[in-house]
Design a protein around this ligand. Sequence first.
Ligand SMILES: *Cc1c(COP(=O)(O)O)cnc(C)c1O
Length: 278
Amino acid sequence: MSAEGEVDMKVDPSRAKALSSAISSVTQRIEAVAGGRNVRLVAVSKLKPASDILALYQESKQLHFGENYAQELMEKAAVLPRDIRWHFIGGLQSNKCKPLTSTIPNLFLVSSVDSQKKATQLDKGRAELSSSQPSTSSITLGPLNIHIQINTSGEESKSGVTPGPEATSLARHILTSCPHLNLLGLMTIGAIARSKAAKEGEENEDFIALRGERDRLEGELGDELKGRRLELSMGMSDDFEGAIGMGSDEVRVGSTVFGERPAKEDFKVKRQVEAGKE
Ligand SMILES: *Cc1c(COP(=O)(O)O)cnc(C)c1O
């Protein structure tokens, strides 16, 4: 490894082999349904050890990793290669927005933006980071990519904005008042019941809703988008092939790559990093 600032971490060869074979099987499944389109695979590494991420980075040249918890992401980003492209995909707390964007230069995308206040905080953090970059730094910091999270299922337990005027005004806010953010597209998680129904031959209603909302927003925003298209992030372990069939540009796959996740309370990045050093 050439990048600066990383700790030595032991990667177990048999674990590395299992991970790399799991991810190449996911990649093949993606290619089989993508029809030549470029679909980004985000390996969702939440609650998995930093050594798993390093293994996929080294063995499979995987660069896109998704995390759900701000603290965990900050700890992992600090010890892993600087050319990893981090995605924050979890529930976003307002008070974590600035710390997240002001400390992680290789944060590539925040996919769970659901309020103007949070967008403003993310923008401020990114601005702070840009102005603190030494002129000698090898990293050129552009605007931070953003997905607006849309609550397509209407479930109260899901975050995200309601399709319609709320989504439009959040998109406008990002486009006009957040110069350090780049509105890349829309993300949905979707209801488990709908994902299950879709497997039995029905089209997934959440995917239909996200695609419809993208078309509506592109129409409504018109020139404000300056010719840009909005991408769709939809599809996880259980339904990513169906999502790609319905136009997804990015799938977020966790357990199919890494195996089942431990309970959150059992996981500590620091302990894993320390154990790896021994
Ligand atoms: C955990 C998570 C995923 C990955 O879920 P799997 O079913 O393990 O693939 C994808 N997206 C979000 C937002 C998540 O929280």
